[in-house]
Write a protein that binds this ligand. Structure first.
Ligand SMILES: Cc1ncc(COP(=O)(O)O)c(C=O)c1O
Length: 364
């Protein structure tokens, strides 16, 4: 029997990598809180409480699961073209926008290349940078979570290749102003604008894609279309980048259930947008409720979540734990900047009421 020490063979930069802090599945959360799964209020993943379109569910049930999906994603790209108003050549789908983030790193970044990222933000960019051995340049957002363009310009050198900005930003909720998008594009770097929450604000820079060869816009079906569990997202970018990603992606990256669900969802976009509208209305109500509560600062949000700042880190941790033991799960953060905060997803009216009632109990 061979007794190979495989640990020694692991690429050095991956051996002790700081991994992605992901969220636990509902059954585990329920177990932790000691309550049945049906009673937990899960507001930690920015998921859509209304779930998928019934047409998507029907399509998945009837999908030919024994057949590989189309590697060229022809139907999806055509349908996304109609949805976005951009040509199919500009579009590519991934197993969640997470996969497209990973593919962009694989395509552009080699060890030593530099990536600009803006803290606090979605942790996948930093995670993928670490995995591919890129050098992460983490710039601090200012006191209202905006980007300092002077700091951006100062930090660029000839090893800097790509900049990632989430807009609206997860978890702070603010948009990247259009003027800053253009300033970033004018640096000549590859600019990835992650619009995972586009449908909740209606603001996009996708129409700039035909004009700028260095702009990549990422979107997902996880949030507005309620397909987080199926893993399907898409990117909008120059046909040339699409073609290079096509060349390196695994051929059947988007599974056939996800493919038919995406197609059915886009056909049912109006109904899904009605759910989005309900979430946006609920966001307004939750924001106002939180503003009226002493000791909590809710940041304005263009997404389906609200960042809540507490007086200090100890209080944020206490509230997070108290909420969890009453079966209400929000997202907390380990970073210095956000350890006094938590993020709550906007759910149904009932979920908001349950969250607010539990919160009132613990901040009393
Ligand atoms: C900003 C941002 N981008 C991308 C994603 C990932 O989306 P997907 O489920 O399509 O991988 C998320 C998920 O929370 C997100 O917040």
């Amino acid at each position: 029997m061979a007794n190979t020490d495989t640990g020694k063979m692991i690429r050095p930069h991956l051996a002790n990598i700081q991994t992605y802090k992901s969220i636990d599945p509902p059954e585990l959360l329920a177990q932790q809180a000691g309550i049945p799964e049906s009673q937990i209020v899960k507001l930690n993943g920015n998921e859509n409480p209304y779930g998928p379109s019934p047409k998507a569910i029907e399509a998945v049930a009837g999908a030919p699961l024994h057949i590989y999906p189309d590697p060229q994603q022809r139907k999806m790209r055509q349908s996304l073209s109609e949805y976005t108003g951009l040509r199919a050549e500009h579009l590519i789908a991934g197993a969640g926008s997470d996969e497209l983030i990973d593919l962009l790193f694989r395509l552009f970044i080699e060890p030593g290349d530099r990536i600009l990222d803006f803290d606090p933000t979605f942790a996948m960019y930093a995670f993928c940078a670490r995995v591919c051995g890129g050098e992460l340049v983490m710039l601090e957002r200012d006191e209202v979570f905006e980007i300092d363009m002077d700091a951006v310009r100062e930090s660029i050198d000839d090893r800097t290749k790509i900049v990632f900005v989430s807009s609206p930003n997860n978890p702070t909720g603010n948009l990247l102003p259009d003027s800053q998008v253009r300033e970033l594009l004018d640096t000549g770097l590859i600019v990835v604008v992650d619009e995972a929450y586009f449908e909740f604000c209606g603001h996009t820079v996708a129409e700039l894609v035909p004009e700028y060869s260095n702009l990549v816009v990422l979107r997902t079906m996880s949030k507005w279309a309620g397909l987080a569990g199926l893993r399907v997202g898409y990117g909008i970018m120059a046909p040339d980048i699409v073609s290079h990603i096509m060349d390196i992606k695994s051929p059947y990256n988007v599974n056939i259930a996800a493919e038919v669900a995406l197609l059915a969802s886009l056909e049912d976009a109006l109904a899904l947008q009605a759910n989005v509208d309900k979430i946006v209305a609920e966001r307004t109500r939750l924001q106002a409720t939180l503003e009226a509560m002493p000791g909590i600062t809710p940041w304005p949000s263009e997404g389906n979540f609200i960042l809540c700042q507490m007086p200090d880190a100890a209080e944020a941790e206490r509230v997070y734990n108290d909420l969890a033991s009453s079966g209400v799960f929000v997202r907390n953060f380990a970073s210095e900047r956000l350890k006094d905060s938590f993020r709550v997803a906007v759910g149904t009216i009932e979920e908001t009421d349950a969250f607010v009632a539990a919160l009132r109990e613990c901040v009393r």
